[in-house]
Design a binder for this molecule. Structure first.
Ligand code: PMP
Length: 393
Protein backbone atom coordinates (compact mmCIF):
# COMPACT_ATOMS: atom_id res chain seq x y z
CA UNK A 1 0.00 0.00 0.00
CA UNK A 2 1.42 3.39 -0.97
CA UNK A 3 1.54 6.06 1.73
CA UNK A 4 -0.87 8.10 -0.35
CA UNK A 5 -3.47 5.34 -0.74
CA UNK A 6 -6.71 5.94 1.10
CA UNK A 7 -7.60 3.26 3.64
CA UNK A 8 -11.38 2.81 3.36
CA UNK A 9 -11.91 -0.57 5.03
CA UNK A 10 -14.22 -0.98 8.06
CA UNK A 11 -11.29 -0.79 10.47
CA UNK A 12 -8.56 0.00 10.95
CA UNK A 13 -9.25 3.36 9.33
CA UNK A 14 -7.32 6.54 8.53
CA UNK A 15 -6.05 8.22 11.69
CA UNK A 16 -5.37 11.88 12.45
CA UNK A 17 -1.68 12.95 12.35
CA UNK A 18 -1.91 14.39 15.87
CA UNK A 19 -3.09 10.97 17.12
CA UNK A 20 -0.21 9.27 15.29
CA UNK A 21 2.30 11.71 16.80
CA UNK A 22 1.01 10.82 20.28
CA UNK A 23 1.47 7.15 19.42
CA UNK A 24 5.06 7.76 18.30
CA UNK A 25 6.04 9.93 21.26
CA UNK A 26 8.59 8.77 23.83
CA UNK A 27 7.03 6.14 26.08
CA UNK A 28 6.54 7.37 29.63
CA UNK A 29 6.50 5.23 32.75
CA UNK A 30 2.96 4.04 33.40
CA UNK A 31 3.41 5.63 36.84
CA UNK A 32 4.60 9.02 35.53
CA UNK A 33 2.34 11.84 36.76
CA UNK A 34 1.92 13.08 33.18
CA UNK A 35 0.67 9.66 32.04
CA UNK A 36 -1.53 9.25 35.12
CA UNK A 37 -3.26 12.54 34.23
CA UNK A 38 -3.58 11.46 30.57
CA UNK A 39 -5.12 8.09 31.50
CA UNK A 40 -7.52 9.82 33.89
CA UNK A 41 -8.68 12.22 31.15
CA UNK A 42 -9.05 9.36 28.67
CA UNK A 43 -11.42 7.60 31.10
CA UNK A 44 -13.48 10.75 31.64
CA UNK A 45 -13.63 11.45 27.91
CA UNK A 46 -14.70 7.89 27.10
CA UNK A 47 -17.66 8.37 29.44
CA UNK A 48 -18.57 11.57 27.59
CA UNK A 49 -18.21 10.02 24.12
CA UNK A 50 -20.52 7.15 25.15
CA UNK A 51 -22.97 9.68 26.63
CA UNK A 52 -22.80 7.67 29.82
CA UNK A 53 -22.22 10.03 32.76
CA UNK A 54 -23.15 7.35 35.30
CA UNK A 55 -21.03 4.54 33.79
CA UNK A 56 -17.70 3.09 34.86
CA UNK A 57 -15.23 3.15 31.97
CA UNK A 58 -12.60 0.46 31.41
CA UNK A 59 -9.64 0.82 29.04
CA UNK A 60 -7.66 -2.41 28.66
CA UNK A 61 -4.90 -3.52 26.27
CA UNK A 62 -6.47 -5.94 23.78
CA UNK A 63 -8.89 -5.76 20.87
CA UNK A 64 -12.63 -5.56 20.39
CA UNK A 65 -12.93 -9.29 20.98
CA UNK A 66 -11.42 -8.84 24.43
CA UNK A 67 -13.99 -6.10 25.08
CA UNK A 68 -16.70 -8.66 24.24
CA UNK A 69 -15.12 -11.16 26.62
CA UNK A 70 -14.70 -8.52 29.36
CA UNK A 71 -18.47 -8.04 29.26
CA UNK A 72 -19.45 -11.71 29.11
CA UNK A 73 -16.92 -13.13 31.59
CA UNK A 74 -18.07 -10.71 34.27
CA UNK A 75 -21.83 -10.73 33.75
CA UNK A 76 -22.51 -14.38 32.97
CA UNK A 77 -22.29 -17.42 35.24
CA UNK A 78 -22.58 -21.02 34.07
CA UNK A 79 -26.24 -21.88 33.43
CA UNK A 80 -27.35 -18.27 32.94
CA UNK A 81 -29.61 -17.66 29.97
CA UNK A 82 -28.48 -15.24 27.27
CA UNK A 83 -30.42 -13.83 24.31
CA UNK A 84 -28.30 -12.97 21.26
CA UNK A 85 -29.86 -10.62 18.71
CA UNK A 86 -27.96 -11.90 15.70
CA UNK A 87 -27.20 -9.72 12.68
CA UNK A 88 -24.05 -11.44 11.38
CA UNK A 89 -20.62 -12.87 12.04
CA UNK A 90 -19.85 -10.73 15.09
CA UNK A 91 -23.13 -11.72 16.74
CA UNK A 92 -22.13 -15.35 16.04
CA UNK A 93 -18.85 -14.58 17.81
CA UNK A 94 -20.76 -13.17 20.79
CA UNK A 95 -22.80 -16.39 20.97
CA UNK A 96 -19.58 -18.43 20.99
CA UNK A 97 -18.08 -16.34 23.78
CA UNK A 98 -21.29 -16.65 25.82
CA UNK A 99 -21.35 -20.43 25.33
CA UNK A 100 -17.67 -20.67 26.30
CA UNK A 101 -18.53 -18.94 29.59
CA UNK A 102 -21.30 -21.44 30.27
CA UNK A 103 -24.38 -19.49 29.15
CA UNK A 104 -27.43 -21.18 27.63
CA UNK A 105 -27.78 -19.20 24.43
CA UNK A 106 -31.01 -18.44 22.55
CA UNK A 107 -30.86 -16.39 19.37
CA UNK A 108 -33.23 -14.07 17.53
CA UNK A 109 -31.90 -14.36 14.01
CA UNK A 110 -33.56 -12.35 11.25
CA UNK A 111 -32.67 -13.34 7.67
CA UNK A 112 -29.21 -12.07 6.66
CA UNK A 113 -29.37 -8.38 5.76
CA UNK A 114 -32.54 -7.68 7.75
CA UNK A 115 -32.69 -5.70 10.97
CA UNK A 116 -34.17 -7.44 14.01
CA UNK A 117 -37.74 -6.43 14.76
CA UNK A 118 -38.10 -5.00 18.28
CA UNK A 119 -41.49 -6.74 18.76
CA UNK A 120 -39.90 -10.11 18.05
CA UNK A 121 -37.08 -9.44 20.51
CA UNK A 122 -39.60 -8.25 23.09
CA UNK A 123 -41.53 -11.52 22.69
CA UNK A 124 -38.34 -13.52 23.17
CA UNK A 125 -37.46 -11.49 26.27
CA UNK A 126 -40.92 -12.20 27.69
CA UNK A 127 -40.47 -15.95 27.23
CA UNK A 128 -37.30 -16.65 29.17
CA UNK A 129 -35.62 -15.57 32.38
CA UNK A 130 -32.62 -14.05 30.66
CA UNK A 131 -29.62 -12.67 32.47
CA UNK A 132 -28.27 -10.77 29.44
CA UNK A 133 -29.28 -9.71 25.95
CA UNK A 134 -26.57 -8.87 23.43
CA UNK A 135 -26.92 -6.65 20.37
CA UNK A 136 -24.32 -5.91 17.71
CA UNK A 137 -25.00 -2.24 17.00
CA UNK A 138 -23.41 -2.50 13.54
CA UNK A 139 -22.39 -5.93 12.34
CA UNK A 140 -19.32 -5.32 10.20
CA UNK A 141 -19.83 -8.55 8.27
CA UNK A 142 -23.25 -7.50 6.91
CA UNK A 143 -23.36 -3.70 7.26
CA UNK A 144 -26.62 -4.13 9.18
CA UNK A 145 -27.38 -1.66 11.93
CA UNK A 146 -29.67 -2.94 14.67
CA UNK A 147 -32.28 -0.59 16.17
CA UNK A 148 -30.28 -0.32 19.39
CA UNK A 149 -32.56 2.08 21.27
CA UNK A 150 -35.82 0.05 21.25
CA UNK A 151 -33.91 -3.19 21.87
CA UNK A 152 -32.04 -1.82 24.85
CA UNK A 153 -35.20 -0.25 26.25
CA UNK A 154 -37.03 -3.58 25.88
CA UNK A 155 -34.28 -5.40 27.81
CA UNK A 156 -34.50 -2.73 30.51
CA UNK A 157 -38.28 -3.25 30.83
CA UNK A 158 -37.74 -6.99 31.26
CA UNK A 159 -35.00 -6.60 33.88
CA UNK A 160 -32.41 -8.09 31.50
CA UNK A 161 -28.89 -6.67 31.29
CA UNK A 162 -28.14 -5.29 27.82
CA UNK A 163 -24.71 -5.59 26.25
CA UNK A 164 -24.17 -3.61 23.04
CA UNK A 165 -21.20 -4.33 20.77
CA UNK A 166 -20.24 -0.90 19.47
CA UNK A 167 -16.96 -1.92 17.83
CA UNK A 168 -18.13 -0.71 14.39
CA UNK A 169 -20.41 2.02 15.73
CA UNK A 170 -19.07 3.90 18.76
CA UNK A 171 -18.56 7.60 17.94
CA UNK A 172 -20.06 7.04 14.47
CA UNK A 173 -23.65 5.91 15.12
CA UNK A 174 -26.00 7.70 17.51
CA UNK A 175 -25.90 6.03 20.91
CA UNK A 176 -27.04 7.45 24.24
CA UNK A 177 -26.02 4.87 26.80
CA UNK A 178 -27.48 6.48 29.93
CA UNK A 179 -30.63 7.88 28.33
CA UNK A 180 -31.46 4.53 26.72
CA UNK A 181 -30.45 2.47 29.78
CA UNK A 182 -27.81 0.28 28.10
CA UNK A 183 -25.77 -1.69 30.62
CA UNK A 184 -22.53 -2.33 28.76
CA UNK A 185 -21.31 -0.51 25.67
CA UNK A 186 -18.17 -2.18 24.40
CA UNK A 187 -15.81 -1.20 21.63
CA UNK A 188 -12.32 -1.28 20.14
CA UNK A 189 -10.00 1.59 19.32
CA UNK A 190 -9.47 1.15 15.58
CA UNK A 191 -12.69 2.36 13.99
CA UNK A 192 -14.73 5.51 14.63
CA UNK A 193 -12.78 6.16 17.85
CA UNK A 194 -9.79 6.96 15.65
CA UNK A 195 -6.87 5.11 17.31
CA UNK A 196 -4.79 2.20 15.91
CA UNK A 197 -5.85 -1.32 16.97
CA UNK A 198 -4.94 -2.52 20.44
CA UNK A 199 -7.42 -1.21 23.00
CA UNK A 200 -10.57 -2.83 24.40
CA UNK A 201 -12.95 -0.27 25.86
CA UNK A 202 -16.18 -0.53 27.78
CA UNK A 203 -18.55 1.63 29.77
CA UNK A 204 -20.51 -0.25 32.41
CA UNK A 205 -23.73 0.92 34.08
CA UNK A 206 -24.10 0.95 37.88
CA UNK A 207 -26.75 -1.78 37.48
CA UNK A 208 -24.30 -4.06 35.64
CA UNK A 209 -21.63 -3.41 38.27
CA UNK A 210 -24.09 -4.39 41.04
CA UNK A 211 -25.03 -7.55 39.12
CA UNK A 212 -21.33 -8.40 38.83
CA UNK A 213 -20.78 -7.74 42.56
CA UNK A 214 -23.65 -10.13 43.38
CA UNK A 215 -22.09 -13.05 41.43
CA UNK A 216 -22.20 -16.45 43.11
CA UNK A 217 -18.89 -17.63 41.65
CA UNK A 218 -15.62 -15.83 40.90
CA UNK A 219 -14.92 -14.79 37.31
CA UNK A 220 -13.21 -17.65 35.48
CA UNK A 221 -10.70 -15.49 33.63
CA UNK A 222 -7.78 -13.77 35.32
CA UNK A 223 -7.00 -11.05 32.73
CA UNK A 224 -10.67 -10.26 32.07
CA UNK A 225 -11.79 -9.99 35.71
CA UNK A 226 -13.26 -6.57 36.51
CA UNK A 227 -12.09 -7.16 40.09
CA UNK A 228 -8.53 -6.66 38.82
CA UNK A 229 -9.28 -3.70 36.55
CA UNK A 230 -11.80 -1.66 38.53
CA UNK A 231 -9.31 -0.48 41.20
CA UNK A 232 -6.88 0.49 38.42
CA UNK A 233 -9.45 2.57 36.55
CA UNK A 234 -10.61 4.22 39.79
CA UNK A 235 -7.04 5.01 40.81
CA UNK A 236 -6.02 6.57 37.49
CA UNK A 237 -9.18 8.63 37.36
CA UNK A 238 -8.42 9.86 40.89
CA UNK A 239 -4.91 10.83 39.73
CA UNK A 240 -3.15 8.02 41.59
CA UNK A 241 -0.78 5.37 40.25
CA UNK A 242 -1.79 1.72 40.31
CA UNK A 243 -0.66 -1.49 38.70
CA UNK A 244 -2.31 -4.72 37.62
CA UNK A 245 -0.92 -5.25 34.10
CA UNK A 246 1.15 -2.69 32.21
CA UNK A 247 -1.17 -0.24 30.46
CA UNK A 248 -0.63 0.38 26.73
CA UNK A 249 0.93 3.76 27.48
CA UNK A 250 1.25 5.07 23.91
CA UNK A 251 -2.13 3.79 22.74
CA UNK A 252 -3.83 5.36 25.76
CA UNK A 253 -1.97 8.63 25.08
CA UNK A 254 -3.20 8.52 21.48
CA UNK A 255 -6.73 7.68 22.68
CA UNK A 256 -6.77 10.70 24.95
CA UNK A 257 -5.91 12.90 21.95
CA UNK A 258 -8.51 11.30 19.68
CA UNK A 259 -11.28 11.45 22.30
CA UNK A 260 -10.44 15.15 22.77
CA UNK A 261 -10.85 15.73 19.03
CA UNK A 262 -14.14 13.80 19.00
CA UNK A 263 -15.54 15.86 21.87
CA UNK A 264 -14.41 19.09 20.22
CA UNK A 265 -16.37 18.09 17.12
CA UNK A 266 -19.33 17.25 19.42
CA UNK A 267 -21.23 13.97 19.50
CA UNK A 268 -24.35 15.10 17.64
CA UNK A 269 -22.37 16.89 14.85
CA UNK A 270 -20.14 13.81 14.58
CA UNK A 271 -23.11 11.44 14.29
CA UNK A 272 -24.62 13.84 11.70
CA UNK A 273 -21.37 13.89 9.68
CA UNK A 274 -21.32 10.09 9.56
CA UNK A 275 -24.98 10.17 8.47
CA UNK A 276 -24.24 12.72 5.76
CA UNK A 277 -21.26 10.80 4.32
CA UNK A 278 -23.21 7.53 4.42
CA UNK A 279 -26.09 9.14 2.56
CA UNK A 280 -23.72 10.40 -0.15
CA UNK A 281 -22.21 6.92 -0.49
CA UNK A 282 -25.68 5.38 -0.76
CA UNK A 283 -26.62 7.81 -3.54
CA UNK A 284 -23.44 6.83 -5.41
CA UNK A 285 -24.07 3.09 -5.01
CA UNK A 286 -27.62 3.56 -6.36
CA UNK A 287 -26.24 5.45 -9.38
CA UNK A 288 -23.83 2.55 -10.01
CA UNK A 289 -26.61 -0.04 -9.70
CA UNK A 290 -24.94 -1.71 -6.69
CA UNK A 291 -27.26 -3.57 -4.33
CA UNK A 292 -26.52 -3.20 -0.61
CA UNK A 293 -26.53 -6.30 1.58
CA UNK A 294 -28.85 -4.65 4.17
CA UNK A 295 -32.37 -4.94 2.84
CA UNK A 296 -33.75 -1.57 3.97
CA UNK A 297 -32.31 1.90 4.43
CA UNK A 298 -33.23 1.79 8.14
CA UNK A 299 -31.15 -1.39 8.53
CA UNK A 300 -28.14 0.17 6.78
CA UNK A 301 -25.19 1.33 8.85
CA UNK A 302 -23.74 4.82 8.55
CA UNK A 303 -20.26 3.51 9.31
CA UNK A 304 -19.77 1.13 6.38
CA UNK A 305 -21.33 -0.05 3.12
CA UNK A 306 -21.64 -3.75 2.27
CA UNK A 307 -22.42 -4.18 -1.45
CA UNK A 308 -23.01 -7.15 -3.73
CA UNK A 309 -20.79 -7.31 -6.80
CA UNK A 310 -22.90 -6.53 -9.85
CA UNK A 311 -23.59 -9.15 -12.52
CA UNK A 312 -20.40 -10.15 -14.35
CA UNK A 313 -18.04 -8.56 -11.78
CA UNK A 314 -16.07 -10.54 -9.17
CA UNK A 315 -13.81 -9.86 -6.21
CA UNK A 316 -10.92 -8.85 -8.48
CA UNK A 317 -12.58 -5.43 -8.68
CA UNK A 318 -11.32 -4.74 -5.13
CA UNK A 319 -7.78 -5.07 -6.53
CA UNK A 320 -8.67 -2.68 -9.36
CA UNK A 321 -9.96 -0.12 -6.85
CA UNK A 322 -6.70 -0.51 -4.98
CA UNK A 323 -4.87 0.22 -8.22
CA UNK A 324 -6.87 3.47 -8.27
CA UNK A 325 -5.44 4.36 -4.85
CA UNK A 326 -8.27 3.30 -2.52
CA UNK A 327 -8.12 0.24 -0.26
CA UNK A 328 -11.46 -1.56 0.25
CA UNK A 329 -12.34 -4.83 2.00
CA UNK A 330 -13.77 -8.02 0.53
CA UNK A 331 -16.64 -9.97 2.07
CA UNK A 332 -16.46 -11.52 5.54
CA UNK A 333 -19.68 -13.38 6.29
CA UNK A 334 -18.99 -17.07 5.56
CA UNK A 335 -22.32 -17.55 3.70
CA UNK A 336 -21.71 -14.71 1.23
CA UNK A 337 -17.97 -14.08 1.43
CA UNK A 338 -17.24 -14.08 -2.31
CA UNK A 339 -20.37 -12.20 -3.36
CA UNK A 340 -19.87 -8.78 -1.78
CA UNK A 341 -17.36 -6.14 -0.73
CA UNK A 342 -17.20 -3.52 1.98
CA UNK A 343 -16.32 0.16 2.21
CA UNK A 344 -15.66 1.68 5.64
CA UNK A 345 -16.67 5.30 6.26
CA UNK A 346 -15.64 6.19 9.77
CA UNK A 347 -13.63 8.65 11.84
CA UNK A 348 -12.18 11.38 9.59
CA UNK A 349 -14.20 10.61 6.47
CA UNK A 350 -15.47 13.76 4.79
CA UNK A 351 -16.56 14.87 1.30
CA UNK A 352 -13.03 14.53 -0.12
CA UNK A 353 -12.77 10.87 0.87
CA UNK A 354 -16.32 10.15 -0.34
CA UNK A 355 -15.67 11.62 -3.80
CA UNK A 356 -12.22 10.01 -4.14
CA UNK A 357 -13.61 6.59 -3.16
CA UNK A 358 -16.70 6.79 -5.36
CA UNK A 359 -14.54 7.93 -8.30
CA UNK A 360 -12.14 5.00 -7.81
CA UNK A 361 -15.01 2.48 -7.56
CA UNK A 362 -16.65 3.96 -10.66
CA UNK A 363 -13.42 3.68 -12.72
CA UNK A 364 -12.68 0.16 -11.47
CA UNK A 365 -16.21 -1.08 -12.25
CA UNK A 366 -16.03 0.50 -15.71
CA UNK A 367 -12.67 -1.20 -16.35
CA UNK A 368 -14.17 -4.50 -15.15
CA UNK A 369 -16.87 -4.26 -17.82
CA UNK A 370 -19.78 -2.95 -15.71
CA UNK A 371 -21.77 -0.29 -17.54
CA UNK A 372 -21.10 3.05 -15.88
CA UNK A 373 -21.88 6.56 -16.93
CA UNK A 374 -18.60 8.44 -16.34
CA UNK A 375 -19.06 10.82 -13.42
CA UNK A 376 -22.61 9.61 -12.73
CA UNK A 377 -21.88 8.19 -9.28
CA UNK A 378 -19.57 11.06 -8.36
CA UNK A 379 -22.28 13.49 -9.35
CA UNK A 380 -24.92 11.60 -7.30
CA UNK A 381 -22.65 11.71 -4.24
CA UNK A 382 -21.96 15.40 -4.79
CA UNK A 383 -25.68 16.15 -5.10
CA UNK A 384 -26.33 14.32 -1.81
CA UNK A 385 -23.52 16.26 -0.13
CA UNK A 386 -25.15 19.52 -1.22
CA UNK A 387 -28.46 18.60 0.43
CA UNK A 388 -29.19 19.56 4.04
CA UNK A 389 -28.02 17.01 6.64
CA UNK A 390 -30.82 14.56 7.54
CA UNK A 391 -32.10 15.22 11.04
CA UNK A 392 -32.14 11.58 12.13
CA UNK A 393 -31.11 8.13 10.95
N1 PMP B 1 -17.46 -6.70 16.89
C1 PMP B 1 -17.58 -6.05 15.73
C2 PMP B 1 -18.91 -5.48 15.36
C3 PMP B 1 -16.47 -5.91 14.89
O1 PMP B 1 -16.59 -5.26 13.74
C4 PMP B 1 -15.23 -6.45 15.27
C5 PMP B 1 -14.00 -6.30 14.41
N2 PMP B 1 -14.19 -6.08 13.09
C6 PMP B 1 -15.16 -7.11 16.49
C7 PMP B 1 -16.29 -7.21 17.28
C8 PMP B 1 -13.89 -7.73 16.97
O2 PMP B 1 -12.93 -6.74 17.16
P1 PMP B 1 -11.36 -7.07 17.04
O3 PMP B 1 -11.11 -7.49 15.63
O4 PMP B 1 -10.74 -5.74 17.36
O5 PMP B 1 -11.05 -8.11 18.02
Amino acid sequence: MSERDLLMIPGPVEFDPEVMRALGARTLSHLDPVFIATFGRALQRLREVCLAPSAQPFIVAGTGTLAMELAVANLVEPGDRALVVNTGHFSDRMALILARHGAEVTQVRPPLGEAPRPQEVEQALAQGAYRVMTVTHVDTSTGVRAPAEPLVRAAHRHGVLSVVDGVCATAGETFHQDAWGADVYLTGSQKALGVPPGLALLTVSPKALSAWRARKHPVRSFYADWAEWLPIMEAYEAGKPAYFATPAVNLITALEVSLGQILREGMEPRFARHRRMARAFRAAWRALGLRPLPTTEAATANTLSALYYPEGVDSSVVGRVRGEGVVLAGGLHPELKTRYFRVGHMNLVGPGEVLATVGAVERALGAAGHRVQPGGAVSAAQAALLEPVPAAD
